[in-house]
Design a binder for this molecule. Structure first.
Ligand code: ADP
Ligand code: ZN
Length: 731
């Protein structure tokens, strides 16, 4: 690769903009010229928009008619590495480059001039006339030798009014200066000592450190049971990365996990990591985006979109809980952050660590094929042992109707509470009841806009559609037969479990952990801390609790409905059930107390339930891999989901049928088209959804074929088409 090119003033440059135009536009370089990769402001019709100088512009236009780049923005130019990452993600996911550039510029105020602020520090001179207030200001400055403060900080610290500080400026005793508002992050100290590692941990840490030292791309699957110290181990890789002066990125699947992680980083490196996720303020986003580009943010912890930050020198990417579904972006640009992290790392010559107790089948297969190095942590740190796992055969349990905690589970919970330990009841269903049915006519209340049932949320006192978010009050009368007072909840959600728990264990302190019960990430974090400190005897939780929170007193996990995920036709149903139940069970007995996991099941002989109980994970993965290989589905084949949506269902089918008939480009690569068929969720927000599925060999050039196939497709009216390469869920 040659270095970036410089374009002299007036030269033709090609500019990629964030506007939905699928072309590189040609402009003239501004006065002073510009580098390839420069972020620029360009005129587009009557507007001014952001763009990036992508390369040389096209010739053949009347040069006099070309418009000129307005100016070069005051941010670090896009590196070639980033340009190539965006191009490859765009090609892979069939996403237009303008949309890719929007992902890479998700920070406010990029067009604004560098924002400055005034700061104050000692000039070295003494004021010729002292007052008490002046003396206090001078004292603060000498106490914090060499530091500068904002006007408010200095005045507050000195207990003086801002005018006193201004007066000292006039007298020459205090210096007023302009500095950029966005300050670098406090540097992390990689020389601080980490925890003493056990032999298995230090072997794994050494491999990671050496990979970072080597400075070239490598992908590692770090597999270790919950509590085995994966985090401690990859923090050693972070330390090495910091020592080399390169930047590190840690992706977490859930914002609620960042607080605990930040604390550990602070304890390990003496300063906080920079954060990037939807809960971060606009000012902080702007700061991080700029600092990442300058190399002044050495460790970033964030959500999947942090992959598109303009790192100056990325040396390490960690994807923690790599199997987590939330790494797959499900709207806008459809990409898997796990796969794209590997791509980003390969372009940046970085180490990529995928950490999980229950890896995705994709990563398992990549490790097996030798593409990823596999590191194992087989035991929990310290005394902690893996929980004992048993099934409760619900066919033999005596339960009154509308109750879900079997007598066996009740006994186990009572025992634990009596010992001052905690029990977790896991049910992956938000709300009070998943179905509301009319006892007079059998009607089930559904969403008016979606093909989904409304879920009763008593806490909110409303029915909620989990598909589109629509809510409505619980009606008095059945919307279908108008019978009054006959509507009844069917089945349990976590809120209903809370009722049953209160009835069964009247003296226990109960906490419910469900994402919708908390107004803010902070409230959720407080609840989690409260639980960790022993503020609850029984925790009732959705899959939110599966994600790596530490509850030292928790020794019993009861899975209310272990069969729940096994229903449905999803390709990954078995894999997900296996992962989720293993993860949740792993919450039990982290400290010095042995844990127990009890799975309530009506089919304890089901192969997935048996695999979970036996703990034969390799056996489970091999069986699952064999099935997928035989079916030619991922990771042994390629799939692409195409969804057509429109208010008019006939038109959607018509177009789908036409596409299925004209499948020449797909047949050319040996791919097959299935459908059109109604999508599993056939209507969302009033739009009908029709789905085609393309299946190809693993090595077939599916993107190129899809492009050729889709090129002549005309979208009329409100029709929309979305392509999902490697779909994770079928909806
Ligand atoms: P994982 O990421 O695999 O779930 P963690 O790294 O969070 O595991 O470790 C679980 C707990 O054990 C944490 O509280 C961690 O600080 C502690 N721990 C792990 N390894 C060590 C060690 N070598 N020395 C001291 N504490 C450790
Ligand atoms: Zn809806």
């Amino acid at each position: 690769m040659s270095g970036p090119v410089f374009y002299d003033a007036g030269a033709r440059v090609g500019v990629l903009t964030t506007q939905p135009i699928d072309r590189i536009l040609t402009y003239r370089a501004p006065e002073g010229g510009c580098w390839q990769g420069a972020f620029v402001e360009v005129p587009l019709g009557p507007r001014k928009v952001i763009g990036v100088v992508w390369g040389a512009g096209e010739g053949g236009f009347d040069a006099a008619k070309l418009r000129s780049v307005i100016r070069v923005l005051d941010v670090a130019p896009m590196r070639e590495e980033m340009a190539s990452f965006l191009t490859r993600v765009g090609d892979y996911t069939l996403t237009p480059m303008s949309a890719m550039l929007r992902l890479a510029t998700r920070a406010p105020g990029l067009m604004d001039p560098l924002s400055m602020r005034k700061v104050y520090r000692a000039s070295g001179a003494r004021p010729n006339r002292m007052t008490d207030a002046r003396a206090r200001v001078m004292q603060v400055l000498s106490d914090h030798h060499g530091l500068s403060f904002t006007l408010k900080e200095l005045a507050d610290l000195a207990g003086a009014s801002p005018s006193v500080v201004k007066g000292l400026v006039k007298l020459g005793a205090v210096r007023e200066e302009e500095t950029p508002r966005d300050l670098p992050y406090q540097p992390l100290d990689p020389t601080m000592k980490g925890k003493e590692l056990n032999p298995e941990q230090s072997d794994a840490a050494r491999t990671l450190r050496e990979a970072v030292k080597g400075g070239s791309f490598k992908a590692v699957l770090l597999r270790g049971v919950t509590g085995s110290g994966k985090t401690e181990v990859y923090l050693e890789a972070v330390a090495e990365c910091l020592r080399k002066g390169r930047q590190a990125l840690v992706l977490l699947p859930e914002i609620a996990l960042t607080a605990e992680f930040l604390k550990r980083v602070e304890a390990r490196f003496g300063a906080r990591a920079a954060e990037w996720h939807s809960g971060v303020t606009m000012t902080e986003r702007r700061r991080l985006w700029r600092m990442a580009g300058q190399g002044d943010a050495s460790l970033v912890v964030g959500a999947r979109s942090a992959l598109y930050l303009p790192f100056r020198d990325l040396g390490l990417v960690v994807v923690d809980e790599e199997h987590d579904q939330s790494y797959k972006q499900e709207d806008g640009v459809l990409y898997s952050a796990r796969d794209m992290a590997v791509l980003r790392g390969s372009i940046a010559q970085a180490l990529v660590v995928l950490a999980s107790a229950t890896p995705s089948l994709e990563s398992w297969a990549n490790a097996r094929a030798g593409k990823y190095t596999r590191l194992e942590l087989t035991s929990r740190y310290g005394e902690a042992v893996l929980p004992d796992m048993r099934a409760i055969d619900m066919r033999t349990e005596d339960l009154p109707s509308n109750h879900w905690i079997s007598p066996s589970l009740q006994r186990a919970v009572s025992e634990r509470i009596a010992k001052g330990e905690q029990a977790l009841l896991f049910l992956n269903r938000r709300g009070y009841a998943p179905v509301t049915v009319c006892r007079a006519c059998g009607h089930q209340i559904g969403c008016d806009h979606c093909d989904a049932r409304m879920v009763e949320h008593r806490f909110l006192k409303r029915l909620v559609c989990h598909q589109c978010g629509e809510t409505k009050p619980m009606p008095e009368a059945c919307p279908s037969c108008e019978a009054e007072g006959r509507l009844a909840p069917v089945g349990p959600g976590v809120e209903r479990m809370a009722e049953e728990v209160a009835e069964t264990f009247p003296d226990a302190k109960v906490a419910v952990l469900s994402s919708d019960l908390f107004g803010s990430a902070r409230a959720l974090k407080e609840q989690i801390e409260l639980i960790a400190a022993g503020g609850a005897d029984i925790i009732i939780g959705t899959q939110l609790v599966a994600k790596g929170h530490n509850f030292p007193l928790l020794t019993l996990v009861g899975v209310i409905d272990a069969d729940l995920g096994l229903q449905g036709s999803d390709l990954r149903a078995a894999e997900r059930t296996f992962q989720l139940i293993r993860q949740v069970s792993g919450r039990a007995g982290r400290a010095d107390k042995p844990g127990l996991a009890l799975l309530q099941s009506f089919q304890p002989q089901h192969p997935v339930i048996r695999a979970i109980l036996s703990g034969d994970e390799e056996g489970f993965w091999r069986a699952e891999a064999d099935e997928r290989r035989a079916a030619g589905v991922p990771p042994y084949g390629r799939l692409a989901g195409i969804v057509l949506s429109s208010a008019n269902v006939e038109q959607a089918f018509e177009l789908g049928n036409a596409m299925a008939r004209n499948d020449g480009p797909l047949r050319d690569i040996g791919a097959q088209v299935f459908g059109p068929a109604p999508a599993p969720i056939a209507r969302i927000r009033g739009r009908h959804r029709v789905r085609l599925l393309v299946k190809a060999d693993k090595n077939a050039p599916i993107q190129a074929a899809l492009k050729k196939w889709l090129a002549p497709v005309k979208m009329k009216g409100d029709m929309r088409l979305s392509v999902d390469i490697d779909p994770q869920s079928f909806y």
